[in-house]
Design a protein around this ligand. Structure first.
Ligand code: SAM
Length: 288
C-alpha cells in the first residue's frame, strides 16, 4: 500500500474508501501481515492490516462498544472473558469496564500489532494493558481454544480480521466446536462478521457453522462508518436462546449492575435491543 497524500482501502476490488493522509506514523511487515498506522485528516489515527481498515480513532467506539457490551450485558454475570484478535486493545479496555469481570484473556497472533498499537495508538487500549485482570497472550486463537478447559469462559469475543489468511481458522467448525466446549452453560460467542451488503457469504457460511455447535444463532448490527457498505454484522451464538431477546428494561438493569450505563456513545439499552432487529436483506442470510 503506497502512502502518498491519499490511502485507498484495498478490501474490495471495484469499490472502496480513501483517506487523505496527514502523516505516516508506523509501517511494519510482520510474519502475518502488512501493518500501517497513519494520521488521517478525517478520522484521526487509522490502523490498516494488509490495506484493510481495522480501526480509526474517530469511530472505533461504535464497533468496540457493540462487540463488547451486547454479549456481556446480555449474559448478565460474565466474569471470565476470552478475546481473540483485537490486538489494538480497544475490546480489552471495554471488557474491563464491566465491574463483574474478574479475568480477561486476550489472544492475538501478531505481537507487532500489539507493540505498534500500544506505542502509537495508546488511547485505544488505555490502561487495559496493565490491568491485573488482563492476561495478554501472543498466539493463534484456534490453538488456545483447543487447549482451554471445558466451561472456562462465560463470553468469547472474536475480533479478528476477515476469514482469509490467519483469520480463516477462527470461522471453522473446529473453532466453534471448541468455543462451545470452553463456554459455560449460559455462554455466548460473538464475532465480527463483515458487512453483509458486500460480504453476504461471510455471515451465511459462518452462521451455518455456528449452528452446528450452538442452540441459538443470529446476528446483530452496528453502523460503523469506516466499515463501508452499510450495516456491519456481529455474529451471535449462544446456549441460552433468551439472551438475545431481553427487554430494554432488563438490559438497562444489567448494564447498571455492570457499571457501564452513561459511559457509552453508541451502545444504549434501546440500541442493544434494536440491533437484533435485522433488515430483511440481512435476516435472509441467516440459516432458517
Ligand atoms: N475490528 C477489526 C475488524 O473488524 O476487522 C479487527 C481488528 S483486530 C486488529 C484484528 C486482529 O485479529 C489482528 O490484529 C490480527 O492479527 C488478529 N488475528 C487474525 N487471525 C488471528 C488468529 N488466528 N488468532 C489470533 N489473532 C488473530
Amino acid at each position: 500500500m503506497a502512502l502518498d497524500s491519499w490511502v485507498n482501502e484495498s478490501l474490495y476490488s471495484a469499490w472502496g474508501q480513501r483517506f487523505r493522509v496527514k502523516r505516516e506514523i508506523a509501517r511494519a511487515k510482520s510474519p502475518f501481515q502488512d501493518i500501517a498506522i497513519f494520521e488521517s485528516e478525517s478520522h484521526g489515527q487509522v490502523l490498516m492490516l494488509d490495506g484493510v481498515v481495522q480501526i480509526t480513532e474517530r469511530d472505533e467506539f461504535v464497533y468496540q462498544e457493540m462487540l463488547v457490551h451486547v454479549p456481556l450485558v446480555a449474559h448478565g454475570r460474565a466474569e471470565r472473558v476470552l478475546i481473540i484478535g483485537a490486538g489494538d486493545g480497544g475490546v480489552l479496555r471495554r471488557v474491563l469496564e464491566h465491574s463483574g469481570v474478574r479475568r480477561a484473556v486476550m489472544v492475538e497472533i501478531d505481537a507487532e500489532v500489539i507493540r505498534l498499537s500500544r506505542q502509537f495508538m495508546p488511547g485505544i487500549g488505555g490502561a487495559a494493558w496493565d490491568d491485573p485482570r488482563a492476561e495478554v497472550i501472543v498466539g493463534d486463537g484456534i490453538a488456545y481454544v483447543a487447549d482451554a478447559r471445558d466451561g472456562e469462559f462465560d463470553v468469547v469475543i472474536v475480533d479478528s480480521t476477515d476469514p482469509i489468511g490467519v483469520g480463516e481458522v477462527l470461522f471453522t467448525d473446529a473453532f466453534y466446536g471448541h468455543a462451545a466446549r470452553v463456554l459455560s452453560p449460559r455462554g455466548v460467542i460473538v464475532n465480527q462478521c463483515g458487512v453483509p451488503f458486500m460480504q453476504a457469504e461471510e455471515l451465511t457460511e459462518t452462521s451455518r457453522r455456528r449452528a452446528k455447535s450452538f442452540a441459538h444463532v443470529t446476528a446483530y448490527v452496528a453502523a460503523v462508518p469506516t466499515y463501508v457498505g452499510g450495516f456491519m454484522t456481529l455474529g451471535w451464538a449462544a446456549k441460552d436462546v433468551s439472551l438475545a431477546r431481553l427487554p430494554v428494561a432488563e438490559i438497562e438493569r444489567r448494564a447498571a449492575a455492570a457499571g457501564i450505563l452513561g459511559r457509552t456513545r453508541y451502545w444504549s439499552p434501546a440500541v442493544h435491543a434494536a440491533a437484533f432487529q435485522l433488515p430483511p436483506y440481512i435476516a435472509e442470510l441467516l440459516p432458517s
